[in-house]
Ligand binder design. Structure first.
Ligand SMILES: CCCCC/C=C\C/C=C\C/C=C/C(=O)SCCNC(=O)CCNC(=O)[C@H](O)C(C)(C)COP(=O)(O)OP(=O)(O)OC[C@H]1O[C@@H](n2cnc3c(N)ncnc32)[C@H](O)[C@@H]1OP(=O)(O)O
Length: 287
């Protein structure tokens, strides 16, 4: 543990995960000389748009993959590449994730990725899902989800992978890990992340019944931290981010790291990750 804490101070949580044998992770010390200033500040790709304001150190990542921002392999790959670029950029300290689509933040995993694909493709897809969660939950940046629409299943995982959640105050928007309603089971690390957010009992009820919560109900159980009118979601996220960034990065990162290490099962370890990948790939293949 002493080593983990020493490393957390040196590398931040991402760095600690890499000490625990995660591939391709980058502490904030690791600044790639490969990215030009222009590349770092603005990158546009088909499914994701990122704008980094270098005066505030805050990036806004907009998911723009109609109709519902479903998490396909292509989407997840783009998402992870963008996250990795921001992670390596010293000037970026905070990340806000939101959607350009009306009514939907993200519909979760792309159902077409889970239907009739080869075991190899299923494995690749699941690895990308794991990677998305590891990169987001383990990020050294302060992360806020500005949830401007429904966010079921994998969309909810993405939201609870952030440090703070602001949702539009609209009872028609829902959020939750509804996998059991679909006849599938949320993996253990989805469960851990939910428990870390809403506590044990609420998570148990939520997972077993596959509950989707309206925005007001999500606030009641602590699944989201704040509700705001639709037109204020981004500005509130920016204001909230400035409070998070008033805390010295190293202190926030170490605090987060200690919390996660004590409260999360060991997916960061290669063997746990591979076992999870194998089980899920087989399950998807036989669905
Ligand atoms: C032991 C067994 C273990 C098995 C293990 C297997 C897998 C892993 C286990 C768990 C992890 C799973 C995580 C997941 O994320 S699963 C995905 C769950 N997602 C959902 O349930 C969301 C479904 N969608 C909705 O509820 C709604 O679409 C919405 C997001 C609320 C938006 O509603 P709206 O009315 O605005 O749109 P439509 O419903 O009309 O949809 C428009 C369009 O989008 C298509 N679509 C919707 N969701 C998805 C999706 N997840 N993937 C792909 N495509 C999606 C929908 O079909 C419509 O398409 P069309 O062509 O008809 O226009």
């Amino acid at each position: 543990m002493a080593n983990v804490l020493r490393n957390s101070a040196k590398f931040g949580f991402s760095g600690v995960l890499s000490q625990l044998s995660i591939h391709s992770r980058h502490g904030r010390e690791c600044v790639s000389p490969c990215f030009s200033l222009q590349q770092r500040n603005n990158s546009t790709s088909p499914k994701i748009k990122v704008d980094l304001d270098s005066s505030t150190g805050v990036a806004v990542l907009r998911m723009q993959s109609p109709p519902v921002n479903s998490l396909s392999l292509d989407f997840l790959t783009e998402f992870c590449i963008n996250l990795e670029k921001l992670e390596m950029d010293r000037s970026c300290r905070g990340l806000i994730i939101t959607s350009t689509l009306s009514k939907v933040f993200s519909a979760g995993l792309d159902i077409m990725e889970m239907y009739g694909k080869s075991p190899e493709r299923c494995g690749e897809f699941w690895k990308a899902v794991q990677e998305m969660w590891l990169k987001l939950y383990g990020s050294n940046m302060a992360t806020i989800a500005a949830i401007n629409g429904s966010s079921p299943a994998g969309g909810c995982l993405m939201s609870i992978g952030c440090d703070y959640r602001i949702m539009v105050d609209n009872p028609r928007y829902s959020i939750g890990l509804n996998e059991t309603q679909l006849g599938i089971v949320a993996p253990f690390w989805f469960k851990d992340t939910l428990v870390n957010t809403v506590g044990n009992r609420a998570a148990e009820l939520s997972l077993e019944l596959g509950l989707l919560y309206s925005a007001p109900d999500a606030l009641k159980i602590g699944l989201v931290d704040q509700l705001v009118p639709e037109d204020q979601v981004l500005s509130t996220a920016q204001d909230t981010m400035s409070k998070w960034l008033a805390i010295p990065d190293h202190a926030r990162q170490i605090d987060q790291c200690v919390y996660i290490i004590y409260n999360t099962s060991p997916l960061p370890l290669d063997h746990a990750r591979q076992m999870d990948q194998c089980v899920i790939s087989v399950c998807i293949y036989y669905i």
